[in-house]
Design a protein around this ligand. Structure first.
Ligand code: PMP
Length: 360
């Protein structure tokens, strides 16, 4: 068996320990005589899996009791619609557009009401996070929306925007569980899990209880109402059962590691290996302003498209997969999520140094 270093932006690398455990339990989950894939989502065994997953996530993120945790389907993209359908009481929301995913959420919200772009970093190809200390927040805004970590461009909000008292809604898909977070600062946080938490197919929504109401926009499908999922403990319909089981294992892996403080330390150390090299390299250069750099997604370029392509090709042959930048931006991107071992980044940097020596 040869596992390669997988720098994919998502679906992405998962902890080897988790995969091994899942493999061991594949045919017979804890004496149930069946795989988790095969069991009723209403069985006692599965109830335990779901409840433990929620309890462990609550512990890891220190989620207060007045927040609900919902395990949903439809990816992060369904939330682009579900959020306005449930939260846009005045039909107004403010958006800080820092990349493609924030832009998509902003465009989707326009279907349901007035979406105001109150800040953007598009003028410089989303290579920075705008100053959000004193934005023109709309007086009647139902919420202010951000994408906290920009998977494609490799930026991250290091300080949350000043929403002037309005509810903050954040897409945390690509920084989920990468460092501690103060849940009380948000009305709603959500993410697709396929980057840092588990297999594609699960979206986790953490929402303050007062935002869960019957009062959704007319025409909101039942499946798109937070209340129906909250009232039914994520079991209104069949949940993405196997995916949640894997998420639960990742939560336990994180707890064993020492929780999110410990994870943050590892992630900072790991990202520094790559960023420090990018800062000194004469061939490669990072594309993001230093103070806004993501710990999870690291885009870089040589400045020469042909050389970029050569690098991606040679890196792949050497066992470093998925280093090609997003199709909309080109260049390279190394996604170094929680489960990427530090050795993977160290070896990548070694390889980059060799490439630099040969191609400068
Ligand atoms: N938000 C962010 C920050 C993302 O990176 C992605 C996917 N890469 C999405 C949303 C969309 O997620 P999904 O494919 O689960 O709809």
């Amino acid at each position: 068996m040869a596992r390669i270093y997988n720098f994919s932006a998502g679906p992405a690398v998962l902890p080897e320990e988790v995969l091994k455990e899942a493999a061991e339990e594949m045919l017979d989950y804890k004496g149930s005589g069946m795989s988790v894939m095969e069991m009723s989502h209403r069985s006692k065994v599965y109830e335990n899996i779901l409840n433990e997953a929620e309890a462990d996530l609550r512990e890891l993120m220190n989620i207060p009791d007045n927040y609900k945790v919902l395990f949903l389907q439809g990816g992060a993209s369904s939330q682009f619609a579900m959020i306005p359908m449930n939260l846009m009481k005045n039909r107004v929301a403010d958006f800080i557009v820092t990349g493609q995913w924030a832009k998509k959420a902003y465009q989707e919200a326009k279907i349901y009401g007035t979406a105001n772009k109150i800040a953007s970093s598009e003028d410089k190809t989303f290579s920075y996070i705008p100053d959000c200390s004193d934005l023109p927040i709309s007086e009647n805004a139902d919420y202010v929306y951000i994408c906290e970590n920009n998977t494609i461009y490799g930026t991250k909000f290091k300080t949350l925007p000043n929403t002037k008292g309005k509810t903050l809604v954040a897409d945390i898909s690509s920084c989920f569980l990468s460092e501690p977070v103060d849940v009380t600062k948000y009305g709603l946080l959500y993410g697709g899990v396929q980057k840092n938490v588990g297999p594609a197919g699960v979206a986790i929504v953490i929402i303050r209880e007062d935002l869960i109401t019957e009062d959704t926009l007319p025409g909101t499908p039942t499946m798109f109402k937070y209340k129906i999922h909250a009232d039914n403990g994520s079991l209104y319909n069949t949940p993405p059962a196997y995916g949640i089981y894997i998420c639960g294992k990742v939560f336990k892996w994180l707890k064993k590691l020492g929780g999110l403080e410990a994870m943050k330390e590892i992630n900072e150390k790991k990202a520094a290996v790559l960023y420090n090299y990018l800062d000194e390299s004469k061939l490669f250069k990072g594309t993001v302003v230093k103070e806004d750099r993501s710990l999870m997604n690291v885009p870089f370029v040589t400045g020469d498209e042909e050389l970029d392509a050569k690098f991606v090709k040679e890196a792949k042959a050497a066992g470093f997969e998925n280093l090609k930048g997003h199709r909309t931006v080109g260049g390279m991107r190394a996604s170094i999520y929680n489960a990427m071992p530090i050795a993977g980044v160290e070896k990548l940097v070694e390889f980059m140094k060799e490439f630099e020596a040969k191609n400068l």
